[in-house]
Design a binder for this molecule. Structure first.
Ligand code: NAP
Length: 261
């Protein structure tokens, strides 16, 4: 079945104003899907929506909102209640690197809410209609940080571990329903993420978000989990068999080095 027939006519993308989310919007529009673009920065969303409407003749709806607001998920649900949403991209997220004791309670609460609670509840609201129709999909943005303890990046890694396990569980739970779930695990990718996490320009050879997005969309419906890049896949495979205490030590060393730079 053609991508747009299987996952259209509308896709909801959270974190659509920048980075991977903006590229998901571009490539989904190329594949013929109409888009609901969700993030806080209205101007970026409106500029992108105008670009996609003119380049691909798709329809776009801009939802400029803070996903950390109490009623954000209900607001999205209500704003798309008249649309046939066939794809949800749970992409909005942020991280912070540093010592656990210096992270700040508010930052940790926001991170857990944005990275875990929001994708869980948004999936809970939008996926029943897909199951009822017998077709649709959901992408869950986890990370290569999800596969091991990440000292000095501890809360972020733990939130991504949650996303990985939730996405993989839902992949199995929806098997046979016509609704596909893919958990996407990028390694270090060139977006605004690293500036916000406090580690800008510290990773050499960052991945191109366009490539991460293209490969993940190609694999939706074919796999449970996608780890981007050969090197990352090898690291993840190694982490799965090595003793966890050793993995935690190596991980701490790598992240400390990044922080020092
Ligand atoms: N880049 C990487 O190296 C990397 C690696 C592995 C996994 N990931 C994951 O990939 C996903 C996308 O990250 P990215 O790299 O594209 O990051 P990014 O460039 O920083 O983009 C994050 C997006 O999330 C939105 N967002 C952040 N807080 C929000 C809030 N409170 N309410 C609504 N929207 C909010 C931002 O828009 P506004 O600021 O306009 O709200 C932006 O559109 C994340 O889940 C991240 O964990 C990234």
């Amino acid at each position: 079945m053609e991508f747009s027939s299987k996952y259209g006519p509308w896709a909801v993308v959270t974190g659509a104003s920048a980075g991977l989310g903006a590229d998901y919007c571009r490539q989904l529009a190329e594949r013929g899907l109409n888009l609901v673009l969700v993030a806080r920065r209205r101007e970026q969303l409106e500029t992108l929506a105008a670009e996609l409407q003119s380049a691909h003749k798709v329809e776009c709806r801009v939802l400029a909102l803070d996903l950390l607001a109490e009623n954000a998920v209900a607001e999205i649900r209500d704003a798309v209640s008249d649309l046939e949403v066939g794809l949800l991209v749970n992409n909005a997220g942020f991280g912070w690197k540093g010592s656990f004791l210096e992270g700040g309670a508010e930052r940790f609460r926001d991170m857990i809410r944005l990275n875990c609670e929001v994708p869980t509840l948004l999936s809970y609201e939008l996926m029943p209609a897909m199951v009822k129709r017998g077709r649709g999909g959901m992408l869950m943005l986890a990370s290569t940080a999800a596969f091991q303890p990440t000292p000095f990046f501890s809360v972020y890694g733990a939130t991504k571990g949650y996303d990985l396990l939730l996405g993989e569980a839902l992949n199995e739970e929806f098997r046979g329903s016509g609704v596909d779930v893919l958990t996407v695990c990028p390694g270090s990718t060139e977006t605004e993420f690293h500036g916000i996490a406090g580690t800008e320009s510290t990773f050499p050879n960052m991945a191109d978000p366009v490539d991460v997005v293209r490969k993940s969309l190609d694999l939706l419906g074919k796999r449970m989990t996608f780890v981007h890049g050969f090197k990352n896949s090898m690291l993840v495979a190694g982490n799965r068999v090595a003793p966890r205490s050793m993995v935690a030590k190596v991980s701490a060393r790598v992240i400390k080095k990044v922080l020092k730079n």
